[in-house]
Design a protein around this ligand. Structure first.
Ligand code: AMP
Ligand code: ZN
Ligand code: ZN
Length: 411
């Protein structure tokens, strides 16, 4: 089945801090799950964001959060809220086809995002509501679909133009609802950092600025929570879906060098190429790509290495090409746009093999029901769901995580 990176969750530091009051009971606890898309594991030390650094010091953090492959946004956000591997929840990519669902899944197609047939498993907002809690999603992949016949009580249709301040204010509005209506589980999502990482690369000044700007928004949230008198109930679980690797014009794999892109149904490009020949001749297209570029590993769907956990998955295209870290797969049409300065070449991307260090993300868990001063070794994002269920005192649905990995984080 799916890989298990053997990871002893090691507590490497226990700088003890004393809390004045005992942790409130689980039936009072609130979890705010915050995703800072594309926050690479090392940004916390490199950028020293004041609010996140303080929350990490007052709670626990990991040296990295290991994503699932491909290290893309939708698959990993959905793993975070279900505890499931991609093979088990079905979101195997940001872009995919299904043998029986017509059309194509993509992040920009509102209809498919709301179509429950794509989404397997039990997202935590449904786990919580089934057990009598209220849940609210200030954006999260999957929150717009009625999965298993349910949806969070509160959710917003994705709109990346909604300013971060409005996202924070919406969350605070929900938190100010009267007891009984107040959510016990909430999500909050920020995309600025991923955008900056793609446009300028992980080492750019713009990326640092974006990280600090998101940190200020988290700071506004923390202040708002305090003003609402909820500090002793709110637990922050702050994560990212993946990291970011720097790209270069010197590390481009141009598909046209091997085949005519017009002869293929190319569902996904970089760094995971997913394609099917329009004439049905898989072997011919496979041979055209296989072993042709030293930094592109090409597989038939059924032969994907076991470590990825996706071999033979029906939502994968019949041919999959995986670029090595820092390499980008593109077309002659696209490089022409860069040459003519109609568009800038990307500065960074993600999606690579999840064992690559640059693909690791952020994990901070901080609040009255969480231990203080702990630093954990990198662990897989499948375990976060069990932790959040334990904090708000609900029974988790069946999932691929192991509670033993996270139990030491709880107070
Ligand atoms: P990626 O291509 O994997 O880097 O995806 C990042 C992008 O996903 C962000 O810039 C957002 O525009 C988009 N995104 C994130 N969450 C959602 C959502 N809930 N619905 C639609 N698009 C989203
Ligand atoms: Zn992302
Ligand atoms: Zn991205």
């Amino acid at each position: 089945m799916f890989r298990r990176i053997a990871l002893g969750l090691l507590v490497v530091l226990t700088a003890i801090g004393c809390r004045p009051a005992p942790a409130p009971p689980a039936d009072q606890a609130i979890v705010i799950l915050i995703s800072i898309d594309g926050w690479r594991w090392d940004y916390l030390e490199r950028f020293a964001p004041p609010t996140l650094s303080r929350l990490a010091a007052e709670g626990g953090r990991a040296e990295g959060l290991i994503p699932q492959f491909p290290s893309k946004t939708f698959p990993n956000h959905y793993t975070l809220v279900t505890g499931l591997t991609l093979a088990h929840h079905g979101i195997v990519s940001n872009n995919m086809r299904d043998p029986v669902i017509p059309g194509r899944y993509s992040m920009s197609n509102r209809d498919v995002l709301a179509d429950p047939r794509w989404w397997g498993g039990d997202p935590i907002w449904n786990t919580a509501e089934r057990q009598g809690k209220v849940a609210a999603a200030m954006f999260w992949p999957g929150s717009e679909a009625r999965i298993g016949g349910r949806q969070a009580t509160h959710w917003r249709a994705f709109d990346d133009d909604l300013p971060n301040s409005a996202r924070v204010n919406q969350l605070l509005e929900w938190l100010k609802l009267p007891e009984g209506k107040r959510p016990a589980f909430l999500t909050l999502y920020f995309s600025d950092l991923d955008n900056a990482g793609h446009d300028f690369g992980p080492d750019a000044e713009q990326t640092r600025i974006a990280a600090l700007s998101v940190d200020r928004s988290v700071g506004d949230l923390v202040k708002g929570v305090a003003a609402a008198g909820l500090t002793d109930r709110v637990n922050y679980v702050i994560v990212s879906d993946h990291g970011m690797a720097a790209l270069s014009r010197d590390r481009m794999i141009v598909v046209d060098d091997y085949l005519d892109p017009a002869t293929a149904d190319i569902v996904d490009w970089a760094p995971v190429l997913a394609l099917a020949p329009k004439d049905g001749d898989v072997e011919k297209m496979y041979a055209a790509l296989k072993d042709k570029h030293p930094h592109l590993q090409v597989y038939r769907r059924d032969e994907l290495p076991a470590v990825y956990g996706l071999a033979g998955h029906p939502r994968l295209s019949p041919i999959i090409g995986i670029a090595d870290e820092g390499w980008f797969i593109t077309s002659r049409t696209e490089t022409g746009r860069w040459d003519r300065h109609e568009r800038d070449a990307p500065g960074g991307t993600h999606g690579y093999d999840a064992r690559t260090k640059s693909m690791q993300g952020l994990f901070i868990a901080s609040g009255p029901r969480l231990q203080r001063g702990l630093i954990f070794k990198p662990f897989e994002n499948i375990h976060v769901y069990n932790l959040m269920c334990a904090v708000i005192g609900i029974q988790p649905s069946q999932n691929d995580g192991d509670f033993a990995v996270v139990k030491d984080m709880l107070r």
